[in-house]
Design a protein around this ligand. Structure first.
Ligand SMILES: [Zn+2]
Length: 385
């Protein structure tokens, strides 16, 4: 299970002379192929093995790497009941070890670096919004919480006043009266549920709402929601409450949230391109993005999902670039990193900015990154103005 706390703990790891092994390996959906996980992981660890055997590397660093391999192999031997990805972060020299299960597939990869490789974690967290799903009809309601592919039912009820209302009244009232009475009761039911959602959204940290139910009831219910809760609706779907299974609800909700995410990504990319076209401060492309990250200028960073780029970083003052031997700020030798985009993501988050990974096909494709800036970029090394 991946949580914000775990990601923060891994992100705050301070670098030392000992490298961190970060390794991600997919766990197959098909249980009969799960053994592939250990085989692939073992293959990935070859890179660490080679460095641990390299006599030109300091002895204590080699010892640390050996211990990392032992610990990762040990942890990898455990049963993996859920498909997705498992990530290990290990730096035995600093007595640091974390294991994180991600609910979705991430490309296999191993990184040996001074800091943990966290981009797939950040991308997973920003992709999963805490979502509330409501199934509703005239007299019943079911409410689920969705987060990181976990689904938990938090409310299931039937309004007691609404049980067969026509039995109580049919003998004495004309039919239209009965219908009016029933409408009044279902409205009361909708208002009660709307008040409950107000509380849930205020206290539960929900970002999105998905509503399912009979075609005529969903809009009637939506009309009873407060403006705040209504603005969180990511989508609605039609379903018969008597036959709906949790699996069907999950499928509908994840499709709606997925469409919502892709639309949000396209909106963010359009916003960045529009800002750039009208002269507002935006850094388009990786070189400009790295410079923006170096001077803490990035407010919102958009990253094309799956892109990796080697580069350099100065641990002294955070200078990031694709190439270079020494830092232009302090003159010290830079550290080479297998993925400088990962360093950029960590730097933007550390400066209080937000990061969005873009999986949708957008104009970001050719640019790799786009950063909305807090201020126009100063002229910098390698940046022609
Ligand atoms: Zn420096």
């Amino acid at each position: 299970m991946i949580t914000q706390e775990t990601v923060d703990r891994i992100r705050h790891f301070e670098d030392s002379r000992f490298p961190v092994v970060s390794v991600y390996a997919r766990v197959e959906v098909d249980p009969s192929r799960r053994n592939g996980f250990r085989t692939r992981l073992n293959g990935l660890l070859n890179e660490v093995r080679a460095k641990a055997d390299d006599t030109s590397v300091d002895h204590d660093i080699r010892m640390s790497l050996r211990a990392d391999m032992v610990r990762i192999e040990e942890a990898a031997g455990r049963e993996r009941p859920d498909p997705g990805t498992v990530a290990f972060f290990s730096c035995a020299g600093r007595d640091f070890f974390e294991e994180v299960a991600l609910p979705r597939p991430v490309r296999d990869g191993i990184f040996l670096d001074a800091t943990p490789w966290i981009r797939p974690l950040v991308a997973t967290l920003d992709e999963y919004h805490r979502t509330c799903a409501v199934l509703i009809d005239k007299s019943r309601v079911r409410v689920w919480e969705f987060h990181l592919d976990e689904m938990r039912e938090i409310e299931k009820s039937r309004d007691p006043r609404l049980r067969k209302p026509h039995h109580r009244t049919a003998a004495t009232l004309v039919e239209s009266h009965v219908r009016n009475k029933a409408d009044e009761l279902s409205k009361r039911h909708y208002r009660r549920v709307a008040a409950m959602l107000d509380d849930l959204f205020r206290d539960g940290g929900f970002e999105l709402l998905v509503v399912g139910g009979p075609a005529f009831e969903v809009p009637a219910f939506a009309a009873c929601l407060s403006r705040e809760v209504r603005s969180r609706i990511a989508g609605t779907f039609t379903v018969d409450m008597d036959s709906a299974t949790p699996a069907e609800v999950r499928e509908q909700v994840s499709a709606i949230v997925g469409r919502f995410d892709r639309a949000e990504e396209r909106r963010l990319v359009d916003e960045a391109m529009e800002a750039a076209a009208t002269g507002r401060p935006v850094a388009l492309g990786l070189p400009a993005g790295l410079w923006a990250g170096s001077v803490a200028a990035a407010r919102t960073l958009l990253v094309q999902e799956g892109e990796v780029a080697p580069g350099v970083v100065c641990d002294q003052d955070g200078w990031l670039a694709l190439t270079g031997e020494t830092c232009p700020f302090c003159g010290q030798a830079v550290r080479k990193t297998p993925d400088v985009i990962d360093e950029l993501v960590a730097a933007v988050i550390a400066e209080g900015g937000s990061v969005n990974h873009v999986a949708a096909d957008t104009r970001l494709n050719g640019q790799v990154t786009a950063a909305m800036l807090r201020f126009p970029l100063p002229a910098g090394p390698g940046m022609e103005q």
